[in-house]
Design a protein around this ligand. Sequence first.
Ligand code: SIN
Length: 487
Amino acid sequence: MNVPNILNNPSLWQHQSFINNQWVDGKASKFDVVNPFDGQVLTSIQGLDLAQVHTAIDTAHTAWQAWAKTSAKHRATLLHRWADLIDEHTDDLAKIMTLEQGKPLSESTGEMGYANSFIRWFAEEGRRVYGDIIAANQPNLRHQVLKQPIGVCAAITPWNFPAAMITRKVAPALAAGCTIIVKPDSQTPLTALALAYLAQQAGLPAGVFQVVLGDAQMIGEVLCQHPTIRKLSFTGSTRVGKILMANSASTLKKLSLELGGNAPFIVFDDANLEQAVDGLIASKYRNAGQTCVCANRIFVQNNIKEQFVQLLASKVATLRVGNGLDKGVQIGPMIHQDALQKAQKLLNTTVNQGAKIITGGAVHHSSALALMPTIIDGVRHDMDIAQTEIFAPILPIFGFDNENEVINLANDTPYGLAAYFYTNNMARSWRVCEALEYGMVAQNTGLLSTEVAPFGGVKESGFGREGSKYGIDEYLTIKYWCLHIDD
Ligand code: SIN
């Protein structure tokens, strides 16, 4: 294992699964972790076999029996200690993330802060879990409600946010008194392992937080079908979410599914255009367009469209593409060849269907996987792109004439994760926010994610909420206690 010489603490560079606070070599086949910017193999990892995944589940169950009995205050202390270590090692963690994921270092550093905000938030939320005492309906009865940890949990997390999608599942689980096994995406396991290393250093007991690596299908099936696991949280595609839901049916597991999106970004003619352009760039080109909440369909009112596109194109032309480790780079490579090819195919189809490339469209000279930030105009609702989660730095512009028309277009998708709109008209703000069939709506800003607010979707974008005061409920069960007392 070659540790990159840019790390201050080489111990953060791990390449084995983390089970029962031990680094474990798998007994199944090997896979490589590759830097998407230059295709270099960063390390090779031996995947776990079925028996080893079962061991992790048994370990999590044993650990849960003790962890669930600890006080919320004790769990909070350990979580804050973990967060302190993450803060201390942010520079290294961000470099590891950029190496395996490709995103610019500024974004990786930002993601580490975002990831850590969930740990600190839920450390405190765990201390604010309340039950109820309900007014008795008979003189000799007393009714109480207890909230208890649901048990052993599992999380399957994506490559686009290698840290934050882990901590926003792990932190509420641990704070609630659950134990959790994480299966990170095989393209970005190194950030997860570095987080596990720091969790151990912070004193989290063995088996409370484990990371299992290997064949996604095999591990996914075990995590879904094993009766010991009471809760599964997944962030990823709608296609995979449906498979996990079907696989979890045999054990009626509680699920949180944060799935795909097709976010409308609506600009009305009374909006502040400069603000709208900046918000759009922040939303669309974050992580090279590879987020579930990226602006996907940009609807601009026809009477301001030309002016808007000109302003947008002038700003997009200044975005710097390249190696995420280089200072000032704003757009890194896409995650892999398939993702790039899918994006190029979609772009070609959209152009063949009549749209026009305003800027970008080509692969950048710095990396075989870096697609230049692209704007396409003249896009229509009957084109394939209108119903596709783009997941690439491609920004399609649609025109519209009035509010009713754009709301109907915005809602005409099976997805319902995030939606954005820009207007300074108060009555319209209420009408539009209420009419959009989305779990999250942002007005006059292109970024809405924070640990204090509920993140999640409706329709085929899934269910369950992460972050906020609601996020911990996903890891708790309600027990009704009916007590008969003698006179
Ligand atoms: C995602 O793309 O799945 C998460 C984005 C975020 O948390 O902002």
